[in-house]
Design a protein around this ligand. Structure first.
Ligand SMILES: [Ca+2]
Length: 258
């Protein structure tokens, strides 16, 4: 369920579950899987999430599994997170595109594709893995456009929250433009020190000069997305997305938390 937080300050910090990430992390893009099965690569949400995703386009019949290979750095119990969304949530309560994640042929507990319409990390389950290669698969259940962008397996944060979260800072400039920056803890180095990534978006929301200064934003819904460019050998590639609503009467933004 959505809730709103009023933004009255020039700058506001959104504490999105600060984390103490450590241990082993594995990140994999689903569109890079060695076999896509019946899943197709779609780039429709590139502007919002910074990546392509795979989609089970089966005209109502479940499609064949998409299968990828993981390189597991260390033995352990891994929480498995999938970046996905419920694409039909704004029209119906049910989820049309449902799927599960399989690791080494075993289905994980949670059915994915439901919940909120926005893209986010949803927990697929937990699995014990040995160091070395492992096989991961997306197992379609409905054949009706389930979507998955990426998978993240981690030996930390196995209970409640994906550890790949952090803090987003919004800044409202004098011109009405909104910029955002953020810091995310994405792991620990060999000395146990947090690895903190910073990112900024310089031109996220720019008001239309043709509108009045008091109500520069016409549409009522905006999304901000922080993107961490991939670096070789490190887990990264994504930040987080937030949604803003412009209240015309109040002339201020609200942050919509999904
Ligand atoms: Ca992707």
């Amino acid at each position: 369920m959505k809730k709103k937080i009023a933004l009255n300050l020039v700058s506001v910090l959104l504490a999105a579950a600060s984390c103490q990430a450590s241990g082993a992390n594995i990140f994999v893009e689903c569109e890079s899987f060695k076999e896509l099965g019946g899943w197709v690569v779609d780039a429709y949400s590139m502007r919002n999430i910074g990546s392509a995703y795979v989609m089970a386009h089966g005209y109502g019949r479940p499609v064949a599994d998409a299968v990828g290979t993981l390189s597991v750095p260390a033995k352990g119990t891994y929480a498995v997170w999938a970046r996905t969304r419920n694409w039909n949530a704004e029209w119906t309560k049910g989820a049309a595109g449902q799927f599960k994640v399989k690791v080494n042929g075993r289905e994980l507990r949670e059915t994915l594709g439901g919940g909120d319409r926005s893209w986010g990390w949803r927990k697929a389950g937990e699995v014990s893995l040995e160091a070395g290669a492992a096989e991961v698969a997306l197992h379609d259940l409905t054949g009706f456009n389930g979507r998955c962008d990426a998978l993240f397996l981690t030996t930390t944060g196995t209970r409640d929250a994906c550890p790949y979260q952090g803090t987003i800072e919004l800044k409202f400039g004098a011109s009405g433009a909104v910029t955002a920056g953020g810091k995310f803890v994405t792991g620990q180095d060999k000395n146990g020190k947090d690895i903190v990534y910073s990112a900024s978006c310089s031109t996220v929301l720019v008001p239309d000069a043709a509108r009045s200064a008091s109500a520069p934003y016409q549409s009522d819904c905006y999304s901000l997305y922080l993107y961490f460019p991939p670096k070789a050998g490190k887990f990264d590639g994504y930040g987080a997305a937030i949604s803003l609503e412009w209240d015309v009467a109040e002339k201020k933004f609200s942050v919509v938390e999904h």
